[in-house]
Design a protein around this ligand. Sequence first.
Ligand code: TRP
Ligand code: SF4
Length: 403
Amino acid sequence: MSPLQSQRVLSGMRPTGQLHLGHYHGVLKNWAQLQHEYQCFFFVADWHALTTEYENPQGIVASVWDMVIDWLSVGVNPSIATLFIQSKIPEHAELHLLLSMLTPLSWLERVPTYKDQQEKLKEKDLATYGFLGYPLLQSADILIYKAAGVPVGEDQVPHVEITREVARRFNHLYGYETDYQALVEAAIKKMGKKNARVYLDLRRCFQEQGDTESIKKGHSFLDSQENLTLGDRERLFSYLEGVGKVILPEPQALLTSAARMPGLDGQKMSKSYGNTIALRESPEQVEHKIRTMPTDPARVRRSDPGDPDKCPVWQFHLIYSDNEIKQWVQEGCRGAGIGCLDCKRPIIDRVQAELKIIRERAQAYIEDPNLVQQIINEGNEAARKVARKTLEEVREVMGLSYG
Ligand code: TRP
Ligand code: SF4
C-alpha cells in the first residue's frame, strides 16, 4: 500500500478493561504513528466483546470509556483520527447481515481462532451463532469503510484474509450489471473486426498467461478507440482483466513491527495471565510490581552469576534501555557484578516516566467526561456518514433499493 494520506486505515479493539503496557507498546504507539500517515478510523468493538461476554454485558460499558480515555492519553488524536463506537453505527450490522447471505459456513468454521478460542475459553459457551460470525462481523467493520489497510497482530491475519475472500465474492456476484455480457459484446462490435481481434488477443494474453504488459497495452488501445462511449470503455477495461466493478475493495493487513511486550513473568503481557502493568497503575504499584518481578532462578544469592536470556527483566531492557545500559546489564548479570534490584532500577525509572505522562493526560479526561462523550459523538457521526454511503452502494447493487 502506498502511503497516501487519502488511504483509509481502520482498526478496532475489544473493550476488555483498562489497557496496559502490552497494548501501548504492541498496538497504540503504532496507531499514534499511523494517524499521521493515513486517514485513520479507530473504534471500540463492543459488539465483538459481546460475542464472548454476552452473559455479563455490564462490564463492557465501563470498559468502553476507560479504553477511550486510554487511547486519548497515549496520544491517539481525535482531531486527525476518527474515534467511534461500533454499536453506534448500525450500518455495520446491516452489512454483516447482507454478507452473511453469501458467506459459506465452511469459511467461518475453518478460521483458526474459532476452535482455538472455544478451547481456550472453555468456561464459556461459545457454540453460538454470534461467535461463529465474529470474523464476518469484522469483515463488515472493515469493508463498510473501504479500508485499504488494517493494522492487526498476527492472530488477526486470518480475519483480514477472510475479509478479502468475502469482498472478492461480493464483487464477483454484484460487480457486474445484469446485461454486462451483452453490453460488452456490443462494445466490442463497435470497434470493428480488426480492432476487436487486437483487443481480444490482449485479453487472452493476460487471462491465460498473466502477462500484465497486455493490460497496459489494452488500456492505451482502448483509449485510442474513438467510437466507444465512456461506459463502453469502462466495461472493456474490466472485461480485459476479468473483474467487474470493485464495490468493496480488498484490504491489506498491516502487521505491526512493534516489539512484543512481555509480561512481568516473561509470558506475553495479558490480563488473563495477571502479569500486566496498567497504563493508569499508581506509581507505588508500578514500583512494587517491578521490584517483585521474577528473575533468572539461578541467581539465588547476589554472588551467583545469571543469564539475562533466562530473565524477564532483560526483556524489559530490550524495550526500555539504550545500548550502554544493556551492556551494563549483560556484564553485571553474568559476572554477578550487580544485584537484580540494581538491574531493575533503570526500568522502574523509565516505566514511571512513561506512565506519568499518560496518567496526567488521562486525568484531564477523567475530570471531563463530557469532553470524551463529545469526541465520541463527533467520531460516530463522521464514521456513520462513510458507512451510510457504502451501504447505499451495497443495497443498490444487490437490488435492494425501493426508492
Ligand atoms: N478482532 C479484533 C481483535 O480482537 C478486534 C476487531 C474487531 C478489529 N473488528 C476489527 C480489528 C476490524 C481490526 C479491524 O483484536
Ligand atoms: Fe535478570 Fe538483571 Fe537479575 Fe540478571 S541481573 S537475573 S538480567 S534482573
